[in-house]
Ligand binder design. Sequence first.
Ligand SMILES: Nc1ncnc2c1ncn2[C@@H]1O[C@H](COP(=O)(O)OP(=O)(O)OP(=O)(O)O)[C@@H](O)[C@H]1O
Length: 243
Amino acid sequence: MEAIVTRGLSKRYRDAAAVEGLDLTVHRGELFALLGVNGAGKTTTIRMLSCLTRPTAGDALLGGKSVVSDSQAVKSIIAVSPQETAIAPNLTVRENLELMGGIHGLSRAQAREKAAALAERFGLDQIAGKRAKRLSGGWQRRLSIAMALISEPEILFLDEPTLGLDVLARSDLWEMIRALRGKMTLILTTHYMEEAEALSDRIGILKNGRLIFVGTAAQIKQKAGAERFEDAFVKLVKGETLQ
Ligand SMILES: Nc1ncnc2c1ncn2[C@@H]1O[C@H](COP(=O)(O)OP(=O)(O)OP(=O)(O)O)[C@@H](O)[C@H]1O
């Protein structure tokens, strides 16, 4: 079974379509990046797939479950690491992880065990007693992703995971994301072309709410006749033809 299948997925606001007729399949264990300029519909797509907003037409099946008719089942297999991190600033790293375990119905002992395992896996154990607000942006983002993993999701949404981070913090986070590859399905949105190219198995390009291309970075470069991925993206987004 595919991880995500959307059919005619659309979201219309009063005066405009934010996402229009999205037909997309994401395979299990794939790292799929959604790219597009500001306002292209990336966030709206992620919000529909993670049941935060209801489509106005069409449907999406995640692990075979519909976001329209079975959103509870969808929510039980997904997690989101949002753009603005979901951490509680006054709690410590450990407390944030344990709190998230509690939210997902783990007993106190289970939450403690899971939190410790995740902290160790992602190098958060040395700073487990530090208040989250004292962490750098990169470490806050790392904690936010570790928190999203507490529920052992089948599908994880990473919304602009390295936004505003310096080059070193970004490279550390790439390592973390790479370590998750193949273990679950990952959907990433980003404005950084090199990030999409470096991390993704496939990339979908959105323009004005429509998917104009899906393929590997190499296929996108070939399609656009460009050597650099960023040039290929610009060419495709500026071009008029729908692929
Ligand atoms: N709640 C809303 N009400 C009305 N229009 C909205 C709403 N949310 C999004 N839109 C519109 O839908 C379109 C797609 O927005 P969306 O935020 O999904 O784009 P995006 O690709 O995530 O952009 P960015 O890169 O800036 O985050 C935009 O034109 C936006 O103005």
